[in-house]
Design a protein around this ligand. Structure first.
Ligand code: FE2
Length: 388
């Protein structure tokens, strides 16, 4: 296959692909079409996108028990009912269907949180990893105690049991524990578990409008003290939106120093946060522009695909990117480019590396019918996906 005059990185090239490998990258106009070779003209070749934060165990369940108020509270209540009714074949079918929705839209790495309140679901998702790998999709699983580990006597035991099932990351939800101290304790216990089992960490952290929800600083301090830079993700961090500025600056500096990656989830948070406000009503989004300024690493998650918290979404990562440029006020030309490029750069970091397209490498890549980031946001097209 010959890509003629296609954008790759910052410039235009001819690229030849054969046997699912990138054979050559040459000057534009320099490669001559061979007999029986398909030629694709123009466009943009990029690495595949990565999804750092979704809940596949809950995906596509939104229609089964509609969230009438659209609130986080009702979403959690509905989920606790639905969770008890799940069967293995149901979890498997929805996870496979959602993963394929992601793949067809250009996302070939997916990190899913799975509620440890249903160990069958955790097991099912862990067992799907080799099957999805066969479809060119890399899956990571986070053991996520949706209702915290201290609210009921069995929660902590289930969370610890989930770790033994072969997950990749320890999760926790410190802001949802009963007390501030129990939240901090859950962070310490999560690091203990991760250290003991050689796992990475991925927190639902301060997903609240409460400026006193202050777990991110504890996550960062632990990451520094235990040498966990680059292996810790803090998702949501919406309380950072509402912190006073001197405290927010202290925390953002700590995030950058600790090497903790913040994942913004703009689709869910713009509809779930600010619900206790009358007017003015806050945007439920972490401080992406300021985190960038402090040198912190940021990623973008879809979070929900048609689930009890967010009824919409098609697992197309350009949708949360599109929402982020709006609610994060990142509509400067360079900001829009940075948001889009995050989908195939920083979004991969939780998995351990950022893919590059080079000669001799597998042709695991996307071809887009446009060649600028802003046009991707305008059109949100489907890419042609090469799974390598
Ligand atoms: Fe989440």
């Amino acid at each position: 296959m010959l890509f003629s005059n296609a954008r790759l990185g910052g410039s235009i090239h001819d690229i030849r692909v054969s046997d699912a490998k990138i054979l050559s990258i040459a000057a534009p106009g320099s490669l001559v079409r061979q007999p029986d070779e398909e030629v694709v003209r123009g466009g943009w070749l990029t690495p595949p996108m990565a999804e750092p934060h979704v809940h596949l165990d809950a995906a596509l369940l939104g229609a089964r028990m509609p969230n009438r108020s659209g609130t986080l509270r009702e979403g959690i209540a509905n989920w606790s009912v639905l969770r008890a009714t799940l069967t293995e074949s149901d979890v498997r079918a929805r996870a496979l269907q959602t993963a394929e929705m992601y793949a067809r839209r250009g996302t070939l790495r997916i990190r899913t949180h799975v509620d440890t309140g249903n160990l069958m679901a955790v097991q099912t998702l862990v067992e799907l990893k080799p099957e999805l790998a066969g479809h060119g999709i890399e899956l990571e699983v986070v053991a996520f105690p949706q209702e915290g580990i201290f609210r009921a006597p069995d929660r902590r035991a289930q969370w610890e049991a989930a770790i033994a099932l072969g997950v990749d990351c320890v999760g926790a939800i410190p802001h949802f524990e009963r007390t501030t101290e129990e939240g901090w304790q859950s962070v310490h216990l999560a690091f203990d578990l991760a250290e003991r089992n050689g796992l990475k960490l991925d927190f639902h952290c301060d997903e609240s409008d409460d400026p006193h929800s202050r777990n991110l600083e504890v996550v960062c301090a632990e990451a520094i003290d235990r040498g966990y830079a680059g292996r810790v993700v803090a998702g949501h961090c919406t309380a950072l939106h509402s912190y006073n500025h001197p405290y927010a600056e202290k925390v953002m500096e700590l995030v950058a120093t600790a090497g903790v990656q913040v994942i913004a989830n703009p689709l869910d948070n713009v509809v779930l946060q600010g619900r206790y406000d009358r007017y003015p009503r806050r945007r439920g989004i972490t401080r992406v522009d300021e985190l960038w300024r402090f040198g912190a690493t940021v990623g973008i998650g879809h979070d929900s695909v048609q689930d009890p918290w967010y009824r919409l979404g098609q697992a197309h990562m350009l949708d949360p990117a599109h929402m982020l440029v709006h609610v994060g006020q990142l509509t400067g030309e360079r900001d829009m480019e940075r948001v889009v490029e995050t989908l195939w750069t920083e979004n991969h970091l939780p998995f351990g590396d950022i893919p590059v397209l080079a000669e001799g490498q597998p042709a695991r890549m996307l071809w887009w019918p446009v060649d600028t980031a802003v046009d991707l946001l305008i059109q949100r097209p489907l890419p042609r996906v090469f799974r390598g």
